[in-house]
Design a protein around this ligand. Structure first.
Ligand code: AHG
Ligand code: MN
Ligand code: MN
Length: 338
């Protein structure tokens, strides 16, 4: 009989074989995975559960929250509060940090998450997900928001879960990317791919084309050249996909290559981009890099950016290395913004 490797075994072996992860980090990752299973169940219920539609409230970014944004946030907090592995959590849906209450022991890790990515797709039954990033709390007593402001290179684990036709957990602890598929009958994540690699070249891009007229010159140039296809400077035709959930778009790129872009645009010129650095761009960048791809904000490697604020935003170009290098080089040659 073909033996399955479950998430627990995968993590225990990582802990045991090369000391790559601590027992507390293993617990943390198992707890996050369990929370994702609960979110997956809520997502699957759809209209049969009280999970669809707007919550009639706004988050710190001024975005209207969906019921599922709030449910997913609560599931992740409740699951992670009591285990003794965390000092505090931060989320897209909470303005400040959530410190582990005094009644529980405090651990050394910090967890950041986008509890529900792709909110606009919830009510239309299109893939959505959860993104998370793990940091180590700097030495010292107590825990503050300042402790979270660490560059992406300091992450010790990162991952996401896609709630799509399958529920898939994708994880890195810094030695490659592993993919687990939820076996719904057993309620367990099963290892279905190890050492995922992104092809260096691609003929597929993901960008919200409706923003084209607001882009900066390097982005316009890059996409124009792709659109010219075989007859243009690239000498090949390109395809386009845009799900509108970063998890789903990046998952496709991790699986078969491509470039994902959410550039700065002139609609809100004071913001560097739409996506959030600490719980969207950083974890996804690490996964993409671990799979042999690249991730920049057009000028810098995303993971090298020193965060200044918990909810800060960033331009994002990630995926197949040669394409990310190309669009980044166009920015280097451009004189001004973005
Ligand atoms: P969230 O639902 O967590 O706010 O994130 C939505 C993000 C991201 O998932 C996606 O790539 C992007 O917003 C889609 O933006 P557009 O609506 O501009 O296409
Ligand atoms: Mn998101
Ligand atoms: Mn979200």
């Amino acid at each position: 009989m073909h033996k399955k490797t479950y998430l627990t075994r995968y993590l225990v072996e990582k802990q045991r074989l090369n000391g790559h992860i601590s027992p507390e980090l293993r617990l943390l990752l198992e707890v996050v995975a369990r929370a994702c299973k609960r979110i997956s169940q809520a997502v699957n219920k759809g209209s049969l559960g009280d999970v669809m539609g707007s919550a009639d409230s706004a988050n710190v970014q001024g975005e209207i929250q969906k019921k599922l944004d709030i449910i997913a946030n609560e599931v992740l907090i409740e699951a992670n509060e009591w285990g003794g592995h965390l000092a505090a959590m931060a989320s897209e849906e909470m303005e400040g940090i959530h410190v582990v209450p005094n009644r529980y022991p405090q651990g050394e890790y910090l967890l950041l998450f986008d509890p529900l990515d792709g909110s606009s797709n919830i009510d239309v039954n299109v893939s959505i997900g959860t993104i998370f990033s793990v940091l180590v709390k700097p030495e010292g007593t107590g825990v503050s928001e300042q402790d979270f402001l660490q560059a992406g290179t300091r992450q010790v684990a990162a991952g996401y879960c896609v709630y799509g036709p399958q529920t898939t957990l994708v994880l890195t602890v810094g030695d490659g990317v592993a993919v687990f598929t939820l076996d719904r009958e057993q309620g367990s994540f099963v290892l279905t791919e190890e050492d995922l690699r992104i092809p260096e070249d691609t003929q597929e891009f993901a960008v919200n084309m409706s923003n084209q007229r607001h882009w900066a010159a390097p982005v316009t140039r890059y996409i124009d050249e792709c659109l010219q296809g075989k007859d243009g400077p690239r000498g090949k035709d390109f395809n386009m996909r845009w799900v509108g959930s970063m998890v789903a778009d990046v998952h496709r790129i991790l699986t078969r290559g491509g470039i994902f872009m959410y550039p700065w645009d002139s609609r809100e010129p004071h913001k560097p981009g739409k996506l959030r650095l600490m719980y969207e761009a950083n974890p996804m960048s690490w996964l993409v890099e671990q799979a042999g791809g690249a991730a920049t904000d057009g000028k810098r490697r995303i993971m090298d950016i020193q965060p200044i604020q918990l909810h800060e935003r960033v331009s994002v170009y990630m995926g197949s290395k040669n394409e990310v290098d190309r669009v980044t080089s166009y920015h280097a040659k451009a004189p001004s913004q973005a």
